[in-house]
Ligand binder design. Sequence first.
Ligand code: PTT
Ligand code: SF4
Length: 616
Amino acid sequence: MSGYSGKFLEVNLNTGEISNYEYPTEWQKEYIGGRGFTTKYLFENLTPGTDPLGPDNILLFAIGPLSGLSLPSSSKMIVATKSPLTGGYGDGNLGTRASPQLKKAGYDGIIVKGKADKPVFLEIINDKAVLHGAEEIWGKGTYDTEKYLIDKYNRNAGFLSIGQAGENLVKYATVRSQEGRSGGRPGVGTVMGSKNLKAIVVIGDQELPIANPDIVRKMGSDGYKQVKKADFYDGWMRQGTTLILDWCQETSTLPTRNFQEGTFEGSKGVDAVKLHESMTERYGCPRCNMQCGIVIEDDKGRASELDYENIGMLGPNLGIDNLAKVGVLNYMADDYGLDTISLGSVLGMTAEASDKGAIDEKFSFNQYEKAIDMIDRIAFAKDDLGRLLGQGTRIMSETWGGDAINWAIQVKGLECSAYNAFTIPGMALSFGTSPIGAHHKDAWVIAWEISESNRDAYSPDKADKVIELQRIRGGMFESLVTCRFPWIELGYDLENYPEYLKNVTGSDHWSIDEVFNVSDRIYALIRAFWVREYIADGKTWDRTMDHPPVRWFNEVLKGDGPFAGKNLNRDEYDVLLNHYYDKRGWDHNGIPTKATFERLGLSDVASDLSKIVKIV
Ligand code: PTT
Ligand code: SF4
């Protein structure tokens, strides 16, 4: 089919062997690309029970049929693996020049297996790929690593790299690109580090065949114009995602002091107005005319790129009300290659534990200097506490015991992004059922839930809405591999995407419903992967895996505001969860039924899974 090269570059770091993997062409219709391909490949090729940090884990980079093309915000790439943080499927969607470059190099993705016996980086120039020693950059942060690679190649090449956190196997290390982008929250950078792979450079200059190039060119150029003409364009360019902070403060959903509260008295010090006043420049991904990365000068005079999540988790969640100081913590996370969301959650939990006398370490909220010290201890695995904090909040709660389970704001081991859904059932369901652990990316239902639905209700329409958004965001955008912001923020019509797909591939097969069918297939397969890996790793799988952080059931929201004193009701949540399962065709332990697997063309998966778990 046009729009695809039909192959992945496969690198075996045990042997140094580099080859092409030609995947079955049916995958293009069954899985589209990106997350679809990574899920399918991992399910089929990873031995169940593989140690995520052992050489047998598989690291994947995948683009899709639309990525890298000249259409709105298309330079994205899926990075995926079996997560060392969660033990299940883990991925991220990274904006990077490596996306168009990989397309032009003639690959739909990269498969990395094995472990190099010394640090290496991978160079891909069209169909030639070579491994080089990475001694000169091992131990460096991502800024210096990228600078080294830019000097060696050129600024237009695609770069992917890890920092010291990935090298030191901190379990929420990410893959970084372009001095501002970070992807793969559930430890995709950790797996890269475990393989001694410091970086990847991609350069390509071939054009892939597109079935109807004139139509795609015209649609893309109209698309850029529509994005720019959108009513909210100027507001977006002023404040990007950070407007959300003001909205979270108004709606009592701002994570404050480890999600204990939903409003922050110091929010004005880190809000969108403050950010706009402090903005020095803007970063973004290639092929995007609505660049969202807002750069400020941090307290140490360095350029630090901030999005809402970074500010929410490293500001209010740590009780810090100074944007330039938040900028320093964010810069450290970017340079070391640490996920800011998990980092903010880990530090918030540690401050709460220390305040409550559960640990000896003295660390409290609003202790910026001490937070700097803690980040260093985590990234470099300097001492026992630093190493424990590098495992994430789930392991921290198991280690500390007692009430600590309430302070771990995570689902399936992945920390919640910056929405305190203490009193928001639909958003709690979204975190609970996200396919990688608690991330808002698949179903950011909270805005609809607060503005258009009854906030307190556990009504079935909330489960329906979560599924609708998961189909669009978690299925469609993650398999086409383009940025979802043109649609969400500036109203670029969803119907454009199947049209692009038809004209890029030359197949009339595509409609929005067909794309959603693929989304459901991907979701069922990801779920099968989780269940298989949990059982193979000797862990229990049941419906509580889809519960939100237990704090939202066991405690009440503290602080000021009309929602203080409220929480989620476990029984009512369970009814909502059942509705979600029924609508998806999954049983009440969250496992797709035989009929669902069959409807999605996954009978073989059902029969594999039925050897280890009951499929109804
Ligand atoms: C994403 C997650 C997010 S989601 C943010 S801010 W956000 C945090 N950003 C981090 C960062 O920065 N540095 C760092 N060290 N850690 C960070 N952790 C957090 O990571 C991101 C944008 C954003 S900014 C969002 S919502 C949208 N996400 C998309 C998505 O998931 N899919 C898609 N098709 N389009 C999307 N568009 C938007 O992309 P992860 P990025 Mg990201 C500095 O990767 O793993 O999904 O984590 O990749 O290139 O930075 O784009 O308010
Ligand atoms: Fe990248 Fe932001 Fe543009 Fe999306 S909107 S492509 S994340 S710069």
